[in-house]
Design a protein around this ligand. Structure first.
Ligand code: GRF
Length: 206
């Protein structure tokens, strides 16, 4: 059984998909804890319901959460807590804070993220809105290993979602979200079965 640590900041529907997959043993992994930077995250309630320990670790500085590197207390707390938990895999499931560089180095090839677009298209915030504004006909979701960039690491799995003529940001986000849950669980399943290998910045599925 792999030890999975989830980091989430909000609603936590992807977190819920991982909880369900772990409970039904679709994935050979146990969720050892949830770490959140948001005391009001709905994900906390989901964790409590399933007796998953929760750690709230947030920056004391009122900075744009997408900025990194200037709250050393936060960085140290996060790294120390994660080292203590000693996970095999860290899943960013809607974690809205960029991780410190030293954290990423420490857990190299052990952190995965779900992004609501077909990377490298539309990285960063509001990926679904970016897709609509761009007039693209197909978007989707990507699960990737996290490297030092923003939404740039080696891609594990992607799933397409067509964009319909009458789509709004909300309807498109909802349809992509359904795919996110499946794709994220599939990627975790591959990781837990030791099927992923990263070579020269690319993921190979064994
Ligand atoms: C998802 O769309 C995820 O791709 C993005 O933030 C959203 C989180 O949704 N990074 P939820 O909290 O998992 O419901």
């Amino acid at each position: 059984m792999k030890k999975i640590l989830v980091l989430a900041s909000g609603r936590g529907s992807n977190f819920q998909a991982i909880i369900d997959a772990s409970r039904t043993q679709k994935i050979k992994g146990e969720i050892i804890a949830l770490i959140t930077n948001n005391i009001s995250a709905k994900a906390i309630g989901r964790a409590k319901k399933h007796h998953i320990p929760v750690y709230v670790i947030h920056s004391q500085k009122n900075l744009d959460p997408r900025l990194r590197g200037d709250d050393l207390t936060f960085e140290k707390k996060l790294l120390t807590q994660c080292q203590e938990l000693n996970p095999d895999l860290i899943v960013l499931a809607g974690y809205m804070k960029i991780l410190p560089q030293n954290f990423i180095k420490h857990f190299k090839n052990k952190i995965i993220n779900i992004h609501p677009a077909l990377l490298p298209q539309f990285p960063g915030l509001h990926a679904q809105k970016q897709a609509l504004q761009n007039g693209t006909k197909v978007s989707g979701c990507t699960v990737h290993f996290v490297d030092e960039g923003v939404d740039t690491g080696p891609i594990i799995l992607q799933e397409k979602v067509p964009i319909l003529g009458n789509d709004t940001e909300e309807t498109l986000s909802d349809r992509i979200l359904q795919k996110e849950h499946l794709t994220l669980v599939s990627a975790i399943e591959l990781f837990c079965n030791d099927k992923l290998e990263v070579k020269e910045g690319k993921v190979y599925i064994k």
